[in-house]
Design a protein around this ligand. Sequence first.
Ligand code: GLC
Length: 432
Amino acid sequence: MTGGRSPGGPFQQKDSPAAMTAAEQDRQRRLEWFRAARFGMFVHWGLYSLIGRHEWAMNRERIPVEEYERLADAFRPLPRPARMWAQLAVETGMRYIVMTAKHHEGYCLWDSELTDYNSARRGPGRDLVAEFVEAAREAGLRVGLYYSLNDWHHPDGRECLYDGEARKRFVEYTHGLVRELCSNYGKIDILWYDCPYPLTAQGWESERMNAMVRSLQPDILINNRSRIPEDFETPEQHITPAKGGRAWESCMTLNDSWGYTPIDRNYKNAWQVVRMLRQVASHGGNLLLNIGPAPDGSIPPVYREVFGQVGRWLEKNGPAIYDASEPMVQDWQATGDFTRRGNTAYFHCNRWPGSTLVIGGFETKVLSVRYPGGPTVEFEQTPGRLILKGLPMEAPDHLATVFEIECDGEPRQRLSPLMQAPDEDLESWYKH
Ligand code: GLC
């Protein structure tokens, strides 16, 4: 990963602007808002929501196309559910929102000229993408559209791998649908492709498709799932920083399914979400956290509960997440981890030790310690140890209590090699 502080953030290309190609400079410009946004909402909503057994139900249960299609007629969403999602996103501290315009099932949530299998002509009789974009804009969120290249409904979607003519037809259909999304809804901030199976970039003619996208939406960000790297990486269900200073966004579910799946009760709690935010922030990435609305578009209560707690935590601790994405030299501690901005280290203590908190290996001279926006904390610094004293026995915040540690230089916390335990082992035991 690249280091160093540059005006647009530490994770950008190291090269001087002169050495960057014009295209690369433009990419960095387009990425500015995204790198600062940190946190977004993913919305998986479609006909699969009516089934309630994962968005792959059509495929996993081998539901015949004709039978599956009938779900469209039963799809009767509440008026403008996207407003509820957008409001929840804002309350949670999210700054952008991405909705599945078409998932692998092939049903389009907009008024397409290219297929009648869409929400305006079959089922709700409404353009749900239009409603979504409008609601997101009203709430001040950046807008992303998810588009699955893979398609289980279109007859050529299955044949395109073996039959050249089918591929040509299907590629034209695909480019046409993407063109509609980029033409009919004003400014779109992100095009979030998914599942390029079964074709290669050549097969999809991804370069031509993305050039068309950029000609319609010059500022758009395109993810890496048309089998071309484009603007950002998309680690799925894990938090792994991208290499070479590339922008990245981890997409995560709250339970283990993307679409509405009430039988899947393995929900993450707010403590885990806050930890994920700290993990992405400390490596300059984003978190795209998913909701799977019910068939009528309403938000299952568990999301409101968990997201509400996260939003309240971010209200207090926002600076430690949104603005603290510079890499920090740090070694594993049982009690928490750091994010950093310049000479300020934020220690996110998510395993509370009681009245005294000791951080081993803190090398930089500390000027002050305080709760963000709150009172100062008494501390003592000895060679290699930072000791915070007089703390309450109970954690002030069970999700993570943040300490803002102002230093007289770049904060570093590093244990001497002699005392160094095999970090990887410890880390995997503790699963930070
Ligand atoms: C996978 C799944 C899909 C989900 C996506 C989100 O590709 O196939 O169901 O929408 O991940 O990243």
